[in-house]
Design a protein around this ligand. Structure first.
Ligand SMILES: NC(=O)c1ccc[n+]([C@@H]2O[C@H](COP(=O)([O-])OP(=O)(O)OC[C@H]3O[C@@H](n4cnc5c(N)ncnc54)[C@H](OP(=O)(O)O)[C@@H]3O)[C@@H](O)[C@H]2O)c1
Length: 213
């Protein structure tokens, strides 16, 4: 498949690039700053572009099967987060490429709390980080309003950290997935596995899903 990765030099995006390449896909890595490409494998095609620029998005996604966005929205800046997501959608609507978004856990409901979301539960998101959760909530809201593009929004577990690739994960929908110890975790490597699995065998359309151990 032809896969474009936005935010390819970032923590999550670089894992997606590695996973997609390991499965033989043709990967285009998008960075805003060319120096960001220094740590990317030489086998990827690198493009410079901004997800908030409709023309850039149309160019980066033309002829691609899937675009995976692993950009980090600016914390708590609703207008910028929504404008960037809308520009991304406007660009993709011109090319018909499918979109998979690496989103946030903030809006997942916490089991056993009567519907409290992660952003409201300091056991999973410290109050000091709520503005970050708010940005990902704005991002999801903007995706949910989109009806032209075939998108899916993947919320990681509450703990989303660089670690080993196990190839294992469970999928859910709108509720935080907890392990036997009550923790919510997934490595960036295994979220990349879930994303590339979804790219290869689409199961989610215009909806949010979640992955965790
Ligand atoms: N548990 C959780 O819910 C959780 C935890 C961590 C992260 N996340 C989510 O995971 C996603 C990726 O996070 P991360 O930690 O991998 O972020 P990161 O390491 O900061 O990387 C983000 C990348 O996005 C790029 N970027 C930002 N705005 C862009 C734009 N307008 N156009 C093109 N590229 C842009 C940045 O490029 P520059 O270098 O040019 O700025 C950077 O390479 C985010 O949506 C974040 O909210 C969720």
């Amino acid at each position: 498949m032809k896969i474009t990765v936005l935010g390819a030099a970032g923590n999550a995006g670089s894992r997606v690039v590695t996973e997609a390449l390991s499965r033989g896909h043709e990967v285009t890595a998008v960075v805003r700053n060319p120096t960001g490409s220094n740590n990317l494998p030489t086998s990827v095609k690198v493009l410079t572009g901004d997800a908030g620029n409709v023309e850039d998005v149309a160019k980066m996604s033309a002829g691609q099967d899937v675009v995976i966005s692993a950009i980090r929205p600016d914390p708590g800046n609703k207008s910028e987060t929504v404008a960037t997501t809308n520009a991304l959608m406007d660009g993709l609507a011109q090319t018909g490429a499918r979109l998979l978004v690496v989103g946030g856990a903030a809006t997942l409901t916490v089991p056993g709390t009567g519907g409290k979301t992660v952003i409201e539960d300091s056991n999973f998101l410290p109050v000091s980080a709520r503005h970050v959760g708010k940005a990902s909530a704005d991002q999801l809201e903007a995706c949910l309003a989109e009806t032209r593009v075939d998108w899916a929004y993947l919320s990681p577990a509450a703990q989303f950290v660089p670690r080993e690739r196990t190839g294992n994960y469970r999928l859910g929908t709108d509720e935080l997935l907890l392990d036997a110890e009550g923790n919510s975790t997934i490595s960036m490597e295994d979220l990349a596995v879930a994303l590339v699995d979804e790219a290869e065998q689409p199961k989610h359309h215009r909806t949010r899903f979640t992955a965790a151990y």
